[in-house]
Design a protein around this ligand. Structure first.
Ligand code: NFS
Length: 675
């Protein structure tokens, strides 16, 4: 089968795609093409690689593996291993930030301080930590130790679910045993349960996946956000710029790429060091620019207003500008191919984490007790590399954006009152001005046209009076076309949403930060229930979530904890589960009985938006809310949708091994397109 697909809708990316592709390694899209058609068993989640007697390939002809495991057992085991890996990534990130707080409280770190004492006090109170008459260091030390224990607790419950979620939701979680005892315990148990010869009941396996993912959203990620806010300051709305055009020809350009704010915050500070600025001048540069790629970009954007160079699929393209003097990476979403691209230009790739070396990169080991010195050393290497640049090719494209929204600041300034309250949001939903809220999050993937699904889905929501909250690469995609500016409400939003945006002074698309900041969205939902009028459980809310261009295991874990928290989540491309009807049915139907949330796997972003809005309508009806003030009926699933944008590139995939899989239904009710 030949699949034609345009690679990107971003003109800046388009401008560099061929230049980056014209190399031995090519771009991720080129490598996607040369990988050809993937093994259908792997793609559908029924290639079992758990034990050494296999691998076993489950099909209608061979419905059992050597051990007797069926398709549901195989697919669910592999899936929850992915959930565990995604949870581990966010947990390890959270753990490292907690460690910096502990070291800072004890005076053992370098360059860090407790920037938000207010947030420290707020969080400490939630943890029943005495604040009266104590130094911020003493409070921070106690909080850090309590937070640290969340990771390796062996009994009880992680702290945040009961502390923050509505009572009725907590009761339901407890009834189904869905609150982790500790983050690491559930990850370890996932690996044990899915080991050869242990858990073989797909329902029991998937329920453990739900529980494990809670250690991400309601512990690892939530701690990363809270402790990050304490250490680096709570974000406030901030203006900045986005896309490859933010790189500057006459500046030293440092691109920070990865996830953890601990190093990138220091690099931003070091880039302002007078001695280094002087050195840059002596090399002929007008200044030092620090821009970000991937979620680290969102961290320094939210708190420092640093420009965003791009999202996941921009990492190779940024190097192809020839203007990146150092690409500094820590952990996650860093593709090893950047090394080959850097080799064609003067760019130095510097790895900094003991967990993430890449052969061919320079390695500067990061240590929290020497953080500022290390950051300065890295900035110095960038400055010294500036004179080595060859021809530079920076696309002109960039756009303005507003970011920095949080639970505390989004609805603070309404009606002259300066206190955080979700009343305006709840009233807007109850009165029918807003249909609901959609969280659109997650990655870019070569299986989709870069940014296209994010943009089409979000525009569909705006048109139909749905307020959109975004994080991660999804937020960057929408920022690139100007959707994160207040002015975009006039162009894209329905009347009701426009009224809200004008009254509150917010864009129709709110940037809530990096992927760990999806925890801010969970807390916002809790606040909506607390505010009253929208039900008792998180699953009562007329809200939905989506990851329309999902790529990594973290996105699977996020999807899982959102569904466990009661949300309807559209996840595309479909997870590797289609080899088992039972697993698909559990995730798209049966799980709703347990958590109130469920998945859909619709590939078309506009149709997916319709499914999500249908869900909001059902919740509105259950809550007996007024009809929408400005009714803008959306097309139903079965109605014809406008065609996708015209194909420009040819992506080839053959279907040779489809026959080997003959007998399995080609497409399940999850709407996934089959190879
Ligand atoms: Ni999150 Fe995937 Fe990566 Fe961030 Fe971007 S790809 S799930 S958005 S950078 S983690």
């Amino acid at each position: 089968m030949t699949e034609e697909m345009r690679r990107t809708v971003d003109p800046a990316a388009e401008a560099l795609m061929d230049k980056a592709g014209d190399s031995e390694i090519g771009t991720a899209y080129d490598r996607h093409v040369s990988q050809g058609k993937r093994c259908t068993f792997g793609e559908k989640g029924v290639c079992c690689r758990i034990c050494e007697m296999g691998p076993c390939r489950i099909s209608p002809k061979n419905p059992r593996g050597i051990c007797g495991a069926d398709a549901a057992t195989v697919a669910s085991r592999h899936l929850i291993r992915q959930v565990a890996a995604g949870t581990a990534a966010h947990a390890d990130h959270g753990h490292d930030i907690v460690k910096v707080l502990l070291m800072t409280a004890r005076g053992e770190s370098q360059g860090y301080e407790i920037k938000s004492e207010r947030r420290l006090h707020e969080v400490a109170k939630e943890w029943d930590i005495e604040t009266e008459g104590r130094t911020k260091e003493a409070i921070a030390e106690e909080l850090a130790l309590a937070a640290m224990a969340q990771f390796n607790n062996l009994d009880g419950e992680i702290h945040y679910p009961a502390a923050r979620a509505p009572e009725a939701t907590v009761k339901n979680w407890r009834a189904h045993g869905l609150i982790p005892v500790g983050v690491e315990h559930e990850i370890v148990e996932t690996l044990h349960r899915t080991h050869e010869g242990v858990d073989a009941d797909y329902v029991n396996i998937l329920k453990h996946g739900l529980r494990t993912s809670m250690g991400d959203g309601w512990a690892g990620a939530m701690l990363a956000t809270d402790i990050g806010d304490i250490l680096f300051g709570t974000p406030e709305p901030v203006r900045s710029e986005v896309n490859l055009g933010v790189l500057k020809q006459d500046h030293v350009n440092i691109v920070v790429h990865g996830h953890e704010p601990t190093l990138s915050e220091m690099v931003v500070a070091a880039s302002r060091d007078p001695e280094l600025l002087e050195l840059a001048k002596s090399k002929g540069a007008d200044g030092i620019l620090v821009g970000g790629i991937c979620c680290t970009a969102n961290e320094i954007l939210m708190r420092q207003g640093a420009p965003v160079v791009g999202n996941f699929l921009h990492q190779e393209l940024a190097i192809a500008t020839g203007a990146v003097d150092v690409m500094l990476v820590d952990v996650q979403c860093i593709i090893p191919a950047v090394i080959e691209h850097a080799g064609r230009f003067h760019t130095k790739v510097i790895t900094t984490s003991k967990k993430a070396h890449i052969r061919g990169a320079e390695h500067v080991q990061f240590h929290e007790d020497k953080a500022f010195d290390i950051a300065k050393e890295i900035v110095r290497r960038a400055v010294e590399n500036y004179p080595n640049r060859g021809p530079v090719d920076i696309p002109e494209h960039k756009n303005d954006l507003v970011a920095g929204f949080t639970v505390a600041n989004t609805f603070t300034h309404l009606g002259g009152r300066y206190r955080s309250s979700f009343r305006p949001l709840n009233d807007a939903i109850i009165s029918g001005r807003l249909r609901g809220v959609a969280a659109v999050i997650g990655c870019n993937t070569v299986k989709k046209t870069q940014d296209d699904s994010h943009l089409r889905m979000v525009k569909e929501f705006l048109k139909h009076d749905v307020l959109v909250i975004m994080t991660g690469c999804a937020a960057t995609a929408c920022a690139k076309v100007g959707l994160l500016q207040p002015e975009s409400a006039r162009e894209y939003a329905g009347e009701g949403l426009q009224e809200i945006c004008e009254a509150v002074g917010i864009p129709p698309v709110l940037h809530f930060g990096s992927c760990v900041d999806n925890s801010r969205i969970l807390v916002a939902l809790c606040e909506m229930i607390k505010e009253g009028g929208l039900g008792e459980k998180l699953s009562d809310l007329p809200i939905a979530g989506a990851a329309p261009e999902a790529m990594c295991e973290k996105a699977i874990a996020i999807g899982f904890y959102c569904v466990t928290s009661g949300a309807f989540v559209n996840y595309a491309p479909v997870m590797r589960i289609e080899g088992s009807d039972e697993v698909v049915k559990f995730l798209t139907e049966d799980v709703e009985e347990i958590t109130g949330g469920k998945f859909s796997f619709e590939e078309d972003p506009v149709k997916a938006a319709h499914l999500m809005m249908e869900h909001m309508e059902r919740k509105r009806a259950d809550l007996k809310l007024r009809p929408l003030m400005y009714d803008t009926p959306f097309l139903k699933q079965e109605e014809k949708e406008p065609a996708a944008p015209p194909p420009e590139r040819v992506m080839v995939a053959d279907s040779d091994d489809m026959e080997a899989f003959a007998g399995l239904p080609p497409s399940h009710h999850c709407g996934g397109k089959q190879p």
